[in-house]
Design a protein around this ligand. Structure first.
Ligand SMILES: C[S@@+](CC[C@H](N)C(=O)[O-])C[C@H]1O[C@@H](n2cnc3c(N)ncnc32)[C@H](O)[C@@H]1O
Length: 241
């Protein structure tokens, strides 16, 4: 079950959560997270906590560094996607989250369609995209908040999937933002994993790429054609022709 989030008045309208007048009120109510604006960034944080609030920023911090064009081509995700063929430059990121992987894909030269079904995560992502540098924002199109399986989009180079997977590490070792995402999102069941892979196949992209923790079983128990393996994560590639 997803944790309830305290919503300050600076949040966009219509988000699921519990309206609060202040961070202190959210803390007193025992809410695990609170959302509101910190400067011009829509942000999520632990009320009364010491951690830096989480927001989406494609220009600064770690994300800005990862998007350096020289670094991008060495990224395993970009290698897993391969080169576009038949003039197909579009990739659907069906589990867009905070848009970090989508930004890498866009920076590698693809047009990315981003889909995110969690309204809170979607709001953070939309806010980050509204401040993204023009060249990057032009290649990233965020669809309204929805389940990606509603989408039917032909002529794709790839469908990219990065569904939540329960971390085997203790909470302290899990990165703060990943842990907070785990609090507000549910893990997919095996049936949902199967449905996700079936949906991706039905779009007939050149390939499907799935991000998994290094030691996790493959999505829906379906063996990939090959994998780009790293220490912590791997990218399973399902070539489709
Ligand atoms: C692990 S996060 C993705 C992180 C992302 N790759 C990034 O770079 O920030 C998984 C996200 O997928 C979203 N998600 C899972 N299933 C989905 C579906 N069927 N349709 C749309 N979004 C989905 C979840 O809400 C969650 O935010």
């Amino acid at each position: 079950m997803s944790a309830e989030v305290g919503l300050l008045s600076s949040c966009p309208d219509g988000l699921p959560g519990c309206p609060v007048a202040s961070e202190a009120e959210a803390e007193a109510a025992g809410l695990k997270l609170v959302m509101g604006r910190v400067g011009d960034h829509l942000s999520l944080w632990v009320p009364g906590g010491k951690e830096t609030p989480l927001s989406v920023d494609f220009s600064h911090g770690k994300q800005g560094y990862r998007l350096d064009p020289e670094r991008v081509r060495h990224e395993r995700l970009v290698k897993a996607l391969g080169k576009p063929k038949d003039e197909r430059y579009r990739v659907v990121d069906a589990t867009a989250g905070l848009g970090r992987d989508a930004a890498l894909i866009a920076q590698a030269g693809f047009e990315v369609i981003l889909i995110e079904r969690s309204p809170l995560v979607h709001a953070l992502l939309a806010d980050g995209l509204s401040r993204a540098p023009g060249a990057l924002a032009e290649r990233m199109r965020l669809l309204p908040c929805q389940d990606s399986r509603a989408l039917q989009e032909p002529h794709l180079h790839a469908v990219y999937l990065d569904p939540m997977f329960p971390s085997r590490e203790k909470s302290a070792a899990v990165k703060k933002d990943l842990l907070w995402l785990q609090w507000i999102n549910d893990y997919p069941s095996l049936d949902e994993e199967v449905a996700m892979l079936d949906w991706a196949r039905a779009l007939t992209p050149h390939r499907i790429v799935v991000k998994r923790p290094a030691k996790a079983p493959s999505l829906a128990g379906c063996a990939p054609g090959f994998s780009q393996k790293g220490k912590a994560v791997r990218f399973d590639v399902y070539p489709m022709g």
